[in-house]
Design a protein around this ligand. Sequence first.
Ligand SMILES: *Cc1c(COP(=O)(O)O)cnc(C)c1O
Length: 359
Amino acid sequence: MSNLNIQITLSEKKKDKLPTDQLVFGTTFTDHMFIADYIEGKGWHNHRVVPYAPITLEPSATIFHYGQTIFEGMKAYLSEDGVVRLFRPDQNMKRMNHSADRLSMPQIDENHALEALVELIKVDKEWIPKDPGTSLYIRPFMIATEPHLGVSASKSYTYMIIMSPVGSYYEEGIHPVKILVESEYVRAVAGGTGNAKTAGNYASSLKAQEVADREGYSQVLWLDGIERKYIEEVGSMNVFFKIDGEVVTPALNGSILDGITRKSIIDLLKHWSVPVVERRVSIDEIREAHRTGKLDEAFGTGTAAVISPIGEFRYQGELFYVNNGETGELSAKLYDALTGIQKGTQEDPFGWVVELNKK
Ligand SMILES: *Cc1c(COP(=O)(O)O)cnc(C)c1O
């Protein structure tokens, strides 16, 4: 089946592993990483697993100047019985290619990318934490490496995968966060790069996040770039509201990132016969739903937190509390269902999970 020839060089010295309760997100990396190179005309080559280490690039490499870079975020889970599971990895690879296309970067072979990932996980399997809520965070990414200051797409690229063991996102159980509605800065506009996972979207979001931090809010709620009226996302998560019994989430409009957690939640809700719609949602509608007591729940969704319940919004000085600042029933149910499927403790009616070493 495989036509990928992956060269494996093992590290001579294994790093010490931290207890999972001391892990800080994205700061500890496993012993190895995957690398492949691309040159126009030659394609992808030199697929290799090597010890995790710094890489060398020309200071003139395109990535440093014009930001041609894309990434993905996914997780591997280890269950009690030693089975390693990935959640919808095909969707990550597909989205990587969508992002690559938007940034004028080369396509990857989605099957090869998955094969490379499985190989890397095999080599660093002992790094996958097992405790409840923990996982191995996986970061595939691609950078433009051509040493050339002209503004044009690079002719050479490097694709890499690094992995980081992560502790439970919710040390003290799932709990709601406070959100500041951002009405000055915007994250993305339709026609831009908002629906690609590319660095510039995150760099340009940091300023608003700084303000939110200062005011004691954990994330910002992004509004649309034209009218500052329609809701887009929360921080780097998609966002859902339960209004008067119906679940609504902003429809994909070109500037919203097409989250895999988002689409999984829509499918789960449909499976449970909970009414769910994708449409435009304005901040005024949320204010009105709050005023009339119909704003039942709100939550963000993404690979890192899975579900992040929202307990409070601040919009132009007004406060909207959601469900008395407590985690809603549906939010909790969705969290349990999705994490249960990911860990293999619950049935997977959609065939979302890929088991790597099932006996
Ligand atoms: C990655 C990401 C999401 C969530 O996507 P998942 O596939 O669910 O992890 C949402 N919004 C932004 C801006 C993102 O970068």
